[in-house]
Write a protein that binds this ligand. Structure first.
Ligand code: FHN
Length: 465
């Protein structure tokens, strides 16, 4: 029985019990207590963070009938694509080349440990067999339950299955705001009835495709949503599956794209910087969600990130003690674009060689700079040299003795430790273009070393960066 399923199956049984949890927060609960003294059921789900922290790298998937247009999911509705036309795209959506096993294979060959797919984005289209609306995959020419096939393939291959679910719904008549971009009012909204619709579908997702690793909420920034509704929804979902992780886009405490959580505010289990590498942060879990190309949904010839940028982004994120959720937008025929598959596979090749410096590590002890990131586990520190400000790298000394050093990326390294400094020299021929990894063994655990910030130095234009 796999690690992910084992932990989750214990909880699934508790599902029914919570269905009848009283909904709607009392006035007292509404005043979200400071995170520190939050009631237990609002505190970060520490018990279920370890699998996710060790995983470090996941696949994000934004997909729907909009891929037929190659425009952005949700946002192009009522903008590049008239809403009437957008809402009829599902009648032509027939991704006959969709192969859930192939998607799982792509993720695992990339070295990813979890998968988060858009069950419903802001455009309201549902990619599973829901009984609460006909605006779903079951009413397309395709007519197959994508979440059923994908969740089964994930379980079969031990990849944690997770869903992204939009709180705002510009298509649903009860949700007060519509397209473009939540800028137009609906004629007869009913936010309470919409909230019940939201809960009903979340219960379906957890009951029929769960246990889920993460419920990745989004679209919480619009007026109709509130901290009270967020706290209530967090409690409702945790009640359905206590082992589930919920991001900080359930309440309204998220500080925009920077993705952190306003101090003291309740906001789910972890922070979510978007399209950026999060700040070095070890006291609160975080995950950067970033596109492999530019758009979240598929776009023909969309500009794709280089292998160097992809790997250095992963290294910087993990060096900051975060997770990376890297996004692809599959094509309208159901395939992930071959050039994107190749890029992901190349990341996987790198991780098969150097994954020990990523999986199950914590960020630090040296804080990330333009040319360095560091990760650690037990008595080992990995220095990821992403650039060469000088031939000899001089770092502040660590409060522990270096007992051994080597180059994980091959070749020789000389490490000289003095009372105040650590001097590292790697001959030019042993410097790797993307990341040169120095492995240091210390005479004690690295995790309790107070993180060390390095003085910023500019990188000279060198041929071997
Ligand atoms: O509007 C969405 C966007 O389409 C995409 O889903 C990203 C993913 O994190 N989140 C929102 C923008 O913040």
């Amino acid at each position: 029985m796999s690690r992910y399923r084992h932990r989750m199956s214990i909880v699934a049984g508790l599902f029914v019990l919570a269905c009848f949890a009283p909904s709607g927060p009392s006035a007292a609960q509404a005043q979200a207590p400071a995170a520190a003294d939050a009631p237990p059921d609002l505190r970060t789900n520490e018990a279920n963070l370890p699998w996710w922290r060790e995983a470090r790298f996941g696949l994000f998937i934004h997909w729907g009938p909009v891929s037929l247009k190659g425009t952005e999911i949700g946002w192009s509705r009522g903008a590049q694509v008239p809403a009437e036309e957008y809402d009829q795209l599902y009648r032509q959506f027939n991704p006959t080349k969709f192969d859930a096993e192939e998607w799982v294979r792509v993720a695992q060959e990339a070295g990813m440990k979890y998968l988060v797919i858009t069950s419903k984005h802001h455009d309201g289209f549902c990619i599973w067999d829901t009984k609460y609306t006909d605006y779903s995959i079951m009413h397309t020419p395709f007519g197959r339950d994508v979440l059923k096939e994908l969740s089964a393939a994930c379980r079969k291959h031990d990849l944690a299955f997770c869903t992204y679910h939009s709180i705002c719904d510009w298509h649903h008549p009860d949700y007060p705001l519509g397209s473009p971009g939540g800028k137009t009012p609906k004629p007869n909204p009913d936010m309470d009835r919409y909230s019940q619709y939201l809960k009903n579908q979340l219960a379906e997702l957890i009951r029929d495709y769960g246990p889920l690793g993460i419920l990745w909420f989004d679209g919480e920034w619009e007026k109709p949503w509130s901290q009270e509704r967020g706290i209530d929804l967090y409690r409702y979902v945790r009640g359905l599956q206590p082992s589930i992780l919920i991001n900080n886009r359930v309440g309204v405490g998220r500080a925009g794209m920077e993705g952190s959580t306003a101090a003291g505010a309740f906001a789910g289990d972890y922070d979510t910087p978007e399209q950026r590498i999060g700040n070095f942060q070890r006291d609160r879990p975080w995950e950067s969600c970033i596109t492999l190309c530019q758009q979240w949904a598929w776009k023909p010839n969309d500009k794709m990130k280089s292998l160097e940028e992809c790997i250095q982004t992963l290294v910087r994120v993990v060096g900051g003690d975060g997770n990376l959720l890297l996004n692809v937008g599959p094509m309208p025929d159901g395939r992930i674009e071959p050039r994107q598959v190749d890029r992901l596979r190349a990341m996987g090749q790198w991780l098969r060689q150097y994954g020990q410096s990523i999986y199950g590590t914590r960020g630090g002890p040296y804080k990330t700079t333009a040319w360095l990131a560091s990760t650690c586990r037990d008595n080992v520190v990995y220095l990821h040299l992403l650039g060469w400000p000088r031939d000899a790298i001089v770092l502040p000394a660590l409060p522990k003795r270096v007992t051994d050093s080597s180059l994980l990326t091959g070749g020789t390294v000389s490490v000289r430790q003095t009372k105040d400094a650590l001097e590292i020299q790697v001959p030019a021929q042993d410097r790797r273009p993307i990341d040169t990894i120095v492995r240091l063994e210390l005479d004690g655990p690295a995790g309790d070393i107070e993180p060390v910030a390095l003085a910023p130095v500019s990188l000279p234009p060198t041929k071997t960066r």
